[in-house]
Write a protein of this length. Structure first.
Length: 128
């Protein structure tokens, strides 16, 4: 269910590394928990964040959830398609529903993230 070439945070964000850029989104589990997504607020391009800073919010019919960056860096692109059509997060959270691209400051941040197998175990454990 979870792409094996991605990394995952305990806050249910996924990260796909592309050289010094990381694409960030929320996981299938997170979007299922949220339900129907109706609004997405993302940061401005050029904003710089530290690891685990809040970078935006996702509003669903059930709740509002904060989105955190699992790594420090500068936002270099946001997914305008998700802002215009928030349902993309529900329809395709691991691909078309990505949120931001971040030029990360330190590859060391990646070491604290889980691979797909560990993330699935985390979700199934009930700790999520």
């Amino acid at each position: 269910m979870y792409p094996t070439d991605y990394l995952y945070s305990r806050e249910h964000e996924w990260i796909r590394v592309e050289n010094d850029i990381c694409v960030v989104g929320i996981t299938e589990f997170a979007q299922q928990e949220l339900g129907e997504v109706v609004f997405v607020e993302l940061p401005e391009v050029g904003q710089v964040f530290d690891t685990n800073d809040e970078i935006g919010t996702i509003e669903s019919v059930k709740a509002v959830a904060e989105v955190y960056t699992p790594l420090a860096g500068e936002v270099v692109e946001i997914n305008d398609a998700v802002v215009d059509d928030p349902e993309l997060i529900n329809e395709d959270p691991h691909h078309e529903g990505w949120l931001v691209k971040v030029r990360f400051s330190s590859a060391a941040d990646l070491k604290s993230l889980m691979n797909a197998e560990k993330y699935e175990e985390f979700v199934k454990s009930g700790e999520a």
